[in-house]
Design a protein around this ligand. Structure first.
Ligand code: PRT
Ligand code: ZN
Length: 222
């Protein structure tokens, strides 16, 4: 499977979310001219051999790992959770956040090992399981898709594993950070094996253009 057209690359980016604005600005600052997302999932660049695929961020690791897309911009947290192996070309420096374990502010839990045999609510079940397994702490995971912060106050979890940026959401929900699991930022990724020389050349060119933007002062969004 994969991409049959060898003369252009497909770039998978988040269609509508926290990654979108900085991603689109970065690609444009690198010189690509293309339409914003407007229900069209697939847009051609006007001035560069590339097409932009507007997708859910969770699908980006699969698209890139499978070669359906030749490049992707996605959060490290989502890539890690997906388990897919890809090649990371660049750390992009935006959408910084951390995956953390959080517990109720007033609980007497003071370290991760205090969570032995407790229930953890998360939208990141694989990353959470991996952390507790590595640390030999048996726990039970409840996988919920959103508003994870509400789980402890509703009484169905002792702790959560979730993304934190400013920490405001935790405070609003009477939670505190117990332990950081990992840091995250947006990454530029590509398949482990690029199938054609033509594509490899375009990917390389784009990587150079993006690095120049990241190194320069004309990129105001970082
Ligand atoms: O629809 P789609 O599936 O594409 O998007 P999504 O809703 O799954 O993801 P989105 O757009 O919310 O986030 C995309 C990526 O942005 C994440 O995968 C992270 O890599 C990164 N990112 C950066 C964040 C945050 N900051 C962030 N603050 N992702 C989520 N949050 C949430 C967090 O889940 C929590 O509910 O914001 C809340 C905490 O924020 P603070 O500032 O109060 O700590
Ligand atoms: Zn998502």
């Amino acid at each position: 499977m994969g991409n049959s057209d060898n003369k252009s690359v497909k770039i998978a980016i988040q269609k509508d979310g926290r990654l979108t604005q900085d991603t689109v600005s970065l690609l444009r600052a690198a010189g690509l001219s293309f339409e914003n997302y407007n229900r069209k999932l697939f847009v051609k660049c006007r001035n560069y051999p590339a097409e932009v695929l507007y997708v859910r961020d969770d699908d980006i690791p699969y698209y890139v790992a499978s070669g359906i897309a030749d490049l992707g911009i996605v959060g490290q947290n989502v890539l890690r959770e997906s388990g897919f192996r890809v090649n990371t070309l660049l750390d992009l420096g935006f959408c910084r956040c951390s995956l953390v374990i959080a517990v109720p502010q007033n609980s007497n839990i003071s370290r991760a090992s205090d969570l032995r045999n407790s229930t953890i609510a998360t939208s990141y079940p694989n990353s959470a399981k991996e952390y507790f397994k590595e640390n030999k702490i048996p726990i039970k995971i409840v996988n919920i898709k959103g508003a994870v912060e509400i789980a402890p106050s509703l009484g169905f979890a002792h702790a959560i594993v979730d993304i934190v940026a400013t920490g405001k959401t935790l405070v609003l929900n009477n939670l505190r950070i117990l332990q950081k699991i990992s840091d995250s930022q947006a990454l530029l990724i590509t398949p482990n094996e690029v199938t054609s020389k033509e594509k490899a050349k375009i990917i390389d060119d784009l990587k150079v253009k993006i690095s120049e933007v990241l190194g320069g002062k004309d990129y105001e969004y970082l």
